[in-house]
Design a protein around this ligand. Structure first.
Ligand code: PMP
Length: 395
């Protein structure tokens, strides 16, 4: 039988924990998604859900945007890949860099993990320093530079004082930060935080890496930092720039980027870098987004937040993304997220799944909205969710 339960029984024997990325697992077994269309997905058990996971962020136009599908097909039909430069990679790079003031060169890589890894390597290479500073609960992929090690230190998000103290040692090559935290739930920067990051990194000769793998092209057409008047040294983007296919990039000013081979001597290479089909998908997505008013996405997000606002949880949101923390006050950093009741969130998730709404299974992940969602979806699903939250929290 090919239902989710029996599929998971098979998968458990061959994949660690039964899955190929930890967040895909939830108790007692994940729903095996067999297809998606616009804002909906269908699972192997015949259930249809409104999808607010959206591949964990990339699918801002929904599951099956016709122009993107056409571009993917036409690109693959033209030859799957070449291992040589293409015209479209130039077009996509120019489109992305055209939205950025802080970056004038870019390199494409297949994943956000690789983008942050190489941005950090570039900072280490350029500054000749050994240490990296990141934020507690910040996520930048699963490579050794950002997983606990002797050269990695962590401070709280929104903590300007600790940032100043740490950076004053002038031992750090880079401070890497998501401008809006998106992997401990959504935590927005306090007024003045990103400005202080810019000033402190500048003062101490530390490379400021804005990890915009989630926020880039989601909150606006371009970078969240730049939209807010902040100009980092290096930026990493991913997810949306590939329109659902594997594509990410690190970008920055010429002086830094010229260190990368073959312009400079920092080795960086990849068989699948700027894969033509991913580039075609990303180009088609970004061309579409360029002519799209993000205000519609803002409105949907505000509407969802409005429904949840008096349900007993605390709601954080930015355009196109949202978190409902099961606690009475909003966390302002990764450690404060511990006060939210994760079990309560999971109960809400399970109840919503039964009602045909696919939310992220973990409170750490974000609820995402797409241009394929309608106000009627959001009205129905988030008034339902508010009811389930009240019931789970016993209000
Ligand atoms: N940076 C951030 C901010 C992310 O959210 C993620 C993934 N969720 C990554 C980097 C890693 O990207 P990928 O999963 O494409 O390797």
């Amino acid at each position: 039988m090919n239902n989710s339960r029996s599929l998971f029984r098979r998968a458990r024997r061959i994949f660690p924990g039964g899955v190929n990325s930890p967040v895909r697992y939830f108790r007692p077994y994940p729903a095996y998604i067999v297809s998606g269309e616009a804002q909906r997905v269908r699972d192997a058990d015949g259930n249809i859900y409104t999808d607010y996971v959206l591949g964990y962020g990339p699918l801002i136009l929904g599951h099956t945007p016709a122009p993107v599908l056409r571009s993917i097909y036409m690109s693959a039909r033209n030859g799957i890949m070449f291992g040589a430069p293409t015209v479209q990679e130039i077009e996509l790079a120019e489109l992305i860099l055209g939205t950025c003031r802080s970056a004038d060169m870019i390199r494409f890589v297949p994943s956000g993990s690789e983008a942050t890894m190489h941005a950090l390597r570039l900072a280490l290479h350029h500054t000749r320093r050994k240490k990296i500073l990141k934020v507690k609960g910040g996520y930048h992929g699963s490579h050794p530079l950002v997983i606990s090690n002797e050269n990695l230190s962590e401070i709280e998000f929104n903590d300007i004082e600790s940032l100043g103290t740490e950076l004053s040692t002038r031992e750090y090559a880079a401070f890497i930060v998501e401008p809006v935290m998106g992997n401990s739930g959504l935590i927005s920067p306090r007024e003045g935080y990103l400005k202080a990051v810019r000033e402190e990194t500048e003062r101490t000769g530390t490379v400021f890496i804005a990890d915009e793998v989630i926020t880039g092209f989601r909150t606006c057409f371009g970078l969240y930092t730049e939209r807010n008047g902040i100009f980092p040294d290096l930026v990493t983007v991913g997810k949306i720039i590939g329109g659902g296919l594997p594509l990410a990039a690190f970008a920055g000013d010429r002086n830094l980027m010229r260190n990368v081979r073959p312009a400079g001597d920092m080795m960086q290479a990849g068989t699948y870098s700027a894969h033509p089909v991913s580039v075609a998908s990303g180009l088609s997505t970004l061309k579409r987004l360029k002519n799209t008013n993000y205000e519609r996405l803002s409105e949907l997000t505000r509407m969802a937040a409005g429904f949840l606002s008096d349900s007993g949880c605390s709601v954080a949101f930015e355009t196109g993304m949202l978190s409902a923390f099961m606690c009475s006050t909003l966390p302002s950093n990764g450690s404060e997220v511990a006060r939210a009741d994760r079990q309560a969130y999971f109960s809400v998730f399970r109840r919503m799944l039964k009602k045909g709404v696919y939310l992220p299974p973990s409170q750490d992940e974000l609820v995402f909205f797409s241009f394929a969602h309608h106000a009627s979806d959001v009205r129905r699903d988030f008034s339902l969710m508010a009811g389930e939250i009240r019931s789970v929290l016993g209000l």
